[in-house]
Design a protein around this ligand. Structure first.
Ligand SMILES: Nc1ncnc2c1ncn2[C@@H]1O[C@H](COP(=O)(O)OP(=O)(O)OP(=O)(O)O)[C@@H](O)[C@H]1O
Ligand SMILES: [Mg+2]
Length: 276
């Protein structure tokens, strides 16, 4: 059976991040994608111009009906916006026994706009982190979670260890916000070893939705039964190529090209003769 993946996240009308990026990533990686929308953002590549949160019960029920009918091999959370939604999602994950949960603790959009209320962070940590297979903060989010600045890899390592104590089975601190020409993601699942996944930085302003795409790719790959460390490394490869081939859309931080892997097949289909 095709692996079934659920994203619980906000809608980005610009199509580059959130639910839209997640479903594109799921499709590009060959899994069946489902969505529980938490919030509708009025958004383009330049910023977030409005946020309309859905009632927590509606979020809970979206998760419930797809889990009961279709089944969920893995799930990810993105923008959860407020405490009521965080609590509803944690309840749904517990009630429906959802395993293989990727928690992307989204606090702000790339434009700086707030996507989770400050008072909800503590609830997210308490309710959702213990249910997570992996949490995927970026550097500013990791700093909020540990309450310390991250100035170097040693700081990041200490922070990852603190986050692991909050309950998830593993943590990856993403390096997109780092200075310098390398992008280093730090992966830690306990024990003595900390893993660093290093890439050359792609120089572009078009990185809208990198975090959503990364956590959705991890979610898709673990639904197939891939080992977590390998899934994280492969997710980074997937995002890097999607940044490199970005279509240059919009006036601000443009979206990625989620379809880079299957473009040749699509082109071949379009240029082939239609059935007679
Ligand atoms: N310029 C870049 N070149 C190569 N890889 C990048 C670049 N920027 C981010 N990445 C990779 O993309 C993934 C997401 O990291 P990032 O730190 O950008 O997440 P994020 O801040 O949560 O993104 P978002 O703003 O979309 O929420 C990581 O694997 C990171 O290494
Ligand atoms: Mg992010």
């Amino acid at each position: 059976m095709v692996p079934r993946c659920l994203t619980v996240a906000g809608s980005d009308s610009g199509g580059g991040a959130g639910i839209q990026a997640d479903l594109k990533t799921f499709t590009a990686l060959g899994v069946y994608g489902m969505s529980a929308i938490t919030s509708i953002t009025v958004q383009n590549t330049e910023g977030v111009f409005g946020v309309f949160d859905l009632p927590p019960e509606v979020v809970y029920n979206q998760i419930k009906v797809v889990a009961q009918d279709i089944g969920v091999d893995s799930a990810k959370t993105g923008m959860l916006s407020n405490t009521g939604i965080v609590l509803a999602v944690a309840r749904a994950v517990r009630d429906l026994g959802i395993q293989n949960l990727v928690v992307d603790p989204v606090f702000r959009a790339k434009s700086g706009d707030l996507l989770l209320r400050e008072e909800s962070v503590e609830v997210l940590v308490r309710e959702l982190f213990p249910l997570a297979l992996i949490v995927t903060p970026n550097i500013p989010e990791a700093e909020v979670l540990c309450g310390d600045r991250i100035r170097n890899l040693r700081d990041a390592e200490n922070c990852a260890k603190k986050i692991l104590e909050m309950g998830p089975r593993a943590v990856v601190i993403k390096g997109g916000h780092m200075e310098g020409d390398k992008v280093i993601d730090l992966f830690y699942e306990g024990g003595l070893e900390v893993h660093y996944f290093v890439d050359d930085r792609v120089e572009t302003k078009n990185t809208h939705g990198t975090g959503c795409t990364f956590s959705a790719a991890i979610c898709a790959l673990i639904a197939m039964g891939m080992d977590l460390k390998r899934a994280v490394r492969k997710a980074k490869d997937f995002v890097k190529r999607a940044i490199e081939t970005n279509p240059g859309i919009g006036k601000g931080h443009g979206p990625l090209n989620h379809m880079w892997r299957i473009e040749p097949c699509v082109r071949e289909f379009i240029s082939s003769e239609p059935s007679t």
